[in-house]
Design a protein around this ligand. Structure first.
Ligand code: GDP
Ligand code: MG
Length: 196
C-alpha cells in the first residue's frame, strides 16, 4: 500500500498509497516552534497514551493504526515541514502528498496564527480541485497566561477557512488523541460521501 523511496529518488512521492485503502497520509504544517514535532512524538508513542504500536518509516515519518469508531485506520504522519535546509522543494512536496493536513499554530504566538491562514491559502492553491480534510490546531493551550489568540478567534478562522478546529496541549497531552481521531473522521466523512 505504501512504499518508501530511496534517498536518491527525489522526484517521486516519499510514500505512495493506492486510493481507497485505509492508509491516510497526514501532514503537519505550521510555523517553527508551535509544537508539530511534540505532537508527532506523542503520536509516535514516545510518551504512550494511544494504545497501539508505532513504526518509524523514516526520518520524521510515523505510522500507526488507530481504532476510531470501531474501524481501524492507519495514519502515516509526516513531520517534514521543518527540515534542516528549509528546502522549498520539501515544502512543495508536503503540499502535494497529504490526504489530510494539520495546520498548527501556538495560542501564545499571534504570528504563528497569521501564518496558519497563509498556509491554508497556499494549500488551497496547491490542491485547487480537491476537498482536503484540514484541522486547524491551536497548540500550547496549557500556557493560559501567555495566550495571544482566543478560542473564538481560532474557531472563527476555521469557519472562514472551511476546516475543523481544535485546541491541544502537546505538553500535558490534552486533546491530542482527539486530534488524531478527528482527522480520521474527517477523511472518512469525505470518503463516505464519495461512495454515495
Ligand atoms: P515544532 O518546531 O513545531 O516542531 O515545535 P516543537 O515540537 O519542537 O516544540 C517547540 C517547543 O515548544 C518545545 O520546547 C516544546 O517542548 C514546546 N511545546 C510544544 N508543545 C507544547 C505545548 O503544548 N505546551 C507547552 N507549554 N510547550 C509546548
Ligand atoms: Mg519540529
Amino acid at each position: 500500500y505504501y512504499r518508501r523511496s530511496s534517498s536518491s529518488d527525489s522526484s517521486d512521492s516519499v510514500i505512495s498509497s493506492e486510493t481507497g485503502n485505509t492508509y491516510y497520509r497526514v501532514v503537519l504544517i505550521g510555523e517553527h516552534s508551535v509544537g508539530k514535532s511534540t505532537l508527532a512524538s506523542i503520536f509516535a508513542g514516545v510518551q504512550d497514551s494511544l494504545d497501539s504500536d508505532c513504526d518509524m518509516l523514516g526520518e520524521n515519518t510515523y505510522e500507526r493504526t488507530l481504532m476510531v469508531d470501531e474501524e481501524s485506520a492507519t495514519l502515516i504522519l509526516i513531520d517534514m515541514w521543518e527540515n534542516k535546509d528549509q528546502d522549498n522543494w520539501i515544502r512543495d512536496h508536503c503540499m502535494q502528498i497529504g490526504d489530510a493536513y494539520l495546520i498548527v499554530y501556538s495560542i501564545t504566538d499571534r504570528a504563528s496564527f497569521e501564518k496558519a491562514s497563509e498556509l491554508r491559502i497556499q494549500l488551497r492553491r496547491a490542491r485547487q480541485t480537491e476537498d482536503i480534510p484540514i484541522i486547524l490546531v491551536g497548540n500550547k493551550s496549557d500556557l493560559v497566561r501567555c495566550r495571544e489568540v482566543s478560542v473564538s478567534e481560532g474557531r472563527a478562522c476555521a469557519v472562514v477557512f472551511d476546516c475543523k478546529f481544535i485546541e491541544t496541549s502537546a505538553a500535558v497531552q490534552h486533546n491530542v488523541k482527539e486530534l488524531f481521531e478527528g482527522i480520521v473522521r474527517q477523511v472518512r466523512l469525505r470518503r463516505d460521501s464519495k461512495e454515495k
